[in-house]
Design a protein around this ligand. Structure first.
Ligand code: PLP
Length: 438
């Protein structure tokens, strides 16, 4: 039996202030980022326009090449990217878009901003991505698009979703905000649907020094429609001079040059960082293999994981305690692990449709829902079960030097597992108390 748990006064595995910042800092900022941002300041060219001069155009070309997509448009953030991708396809207001019930809220908000009704779809319990079977069951005559998220960096089941989209003539949009560089059957995310969106937010695998987004597609018309809509509907193709003629209703969603330059410096190191992340995460997962009731992320053989977020699931039955509710076990493990210095946290507290904004539908006076038929509230048993029974690690492992600290995290998990006999009765009695209180 290892040392007493830190939550009961024992020594923390990861002591306060004991993690060197250079192992966990994100993003990593080197001379290249300083040089890139200074280059923009010295150039005096701070904004992009759709003629695509300078840093923005260079980032678009480099990202298109990296993912293997013919076209790329840079925009102001990943949420705007989703909006613009849906706008570019010209889907009529009130139409339905399938969205996974487990994702960041932006996946659904992008649709609502376009007056499209998000119809939530339960997930696959192994990949945590949209279940193709549940998606098929959610299709109605009003469905126009499937917005699939490659959650945590693992590509979704694109063969099945592509077939489903083709069968019903639906647009297939990839929300690839978490999956820069990940591959599915040898192709990178960003080339697996009709159009794809990426975020360059500072917390993502390909960050900028603030906010940014990218949209890739193989379809020249979709690309053109995006480019028109990121600058007031103006057509600036081929270096045409700005004429201030708005050809379609659209706002302003252009990326700034500093953001593009910073991301170009990051992109140059993305393959190296990806490889380091893979090594570090795999070593950590190897150190956690075979702990009873600890379910590690699985990567199907036909894809690679970008390891944006690490999700750990707990199974009380596999620990020999089928009577303990997963949520109660999760709560005590959360306390125990954080006390040891492991910054685990939930990712999403409820399925997306349970978010207050979607339950009340108050924001736009009941629109876009009023436009459509009645969208029934579904059941999301897998999403609910995954949220209740798991915790995530975010951020630290993005740093390519996080290998040592991840092994210390694994050591802390093993220590907590050594004390399950103490923790399980606490979970059980907390549950009895909460039941008694109801
Ligand atoms: C971060 C994120 C977004 C939104 O990107 P922003 O650049 O923050 O607007 C969209 N979808 C998913 C799945 C995300 O993780």
């Amino acid at each position: 039996m290892s040392d007493k748990l830190a939550m009961f006064g024992g020594t923390r595995v990861i002591g306060k202030g004991s993690v060197p910042p250079e192992q966990i800092r994100w993003p990593v900022i080197t001379d290249a980022e300083h040089e890139a941002t200074r280059r923009v300041l010295d150039s005096g060219q701070f904004t992009s326009n759709s003629t695509g001069g300078g840093e923005v155009a260079a980032l678009e070309a480099e990202w298109a090449e990296f993912v293997g997509a013919p076209h790329c448009a840079a925009v102001v953030n990943g949420t705007a990217a989703i909006e613009l991708a849906l706008a570019a396809a010209g889907i009529e207001p009130g139409a339905e878009v399938l969205v996974p019930a487990l994702s960041f809220i932006a996946s659904a908000v992008g649709a609502v901003q376009r007056m499209l009704v998000p119809v939530f779809v339960d997930i696959d319990p192994v990949t945590y991505n949209m279940s193709p079977e549940a998606a098929a069951a959610a299709i109605t005559p009003r469905t126009r698009a499937i917005l699939v998220v490659h959650l945590h960096g693992l590509p979704a089941d694109m063969t099945a979703l592509r077939a489903l989209a083709d069968r019903h003539d639906l647009l297939l949009v990839e929300d690839a905000a978490q999956s820069h560089g990940a591959t599915y059957q040898g192709r990178r995310t960003g080339t697996l649907g009709d159009i794809a969106t990426f975020s360059l937010n500072v917390v993502k695998n390909l960050p900028t020094c603030g906010e940014g987004g990218l949209i890739t597609t193989a379809d020249p018309d979709l690309h053109h429609n995006v480019v028109l809509r990121r600058q007031f509907g103006e057509d600036l193709r081929g270096g045409r001079e700005r004429d201030y003629v708005s050809r379609v209703l659209a706002g302003n969603a252009k990326l700034s040059a500093i953001q593009a330059a910073f991301t170009r410096a990051q992109l140059a190191r993305l393959p190296e960082y990806d490889a380091a992340r893979k090594r570090n995460v795999e070593a950590m997962l190897a150190a956690l293999a075979e702990l009873p009731g600890l379910v590690l992320p699985e990567v199907p053989a036909d894809r690679t994981h970008a390891w944006h977020i690490l999700r750990f699931r707990f199974d009380p039955a596999a620990m020999g305690h089928p009577d303990v509710r997963p949520g109660a076990l999760r709560a005590i493990l959360h306390r125990a692990l954080r006390a040891e210095g492991v910054p685990v946290q939930p990712y999403q507290l409820v399925p997306l449709p349970m978010q207050e904004a979607f339950r009340t539908r108050a924001g736009f006076g009941g629109y876009p829902w009023k436009l459509g038929g009645d969208v029934r509230d579904g059941e999301y048993p897998e999403t609910t079960a995954v949220i209740e029974s798991s915790l995530t690690l975010q951020r630290w492992h993005l740093n390519p030097n996080s290998g040592p600290v991840l092994l210390r995290c694994a050591e802390a998990v093993r220590k907590v597992w050594d004390h399950l006999d103490t923790l399980i009765p606490i979970a059980r009695s907390a549950d009895h108390q909460s039941k008694a209180a109801v």
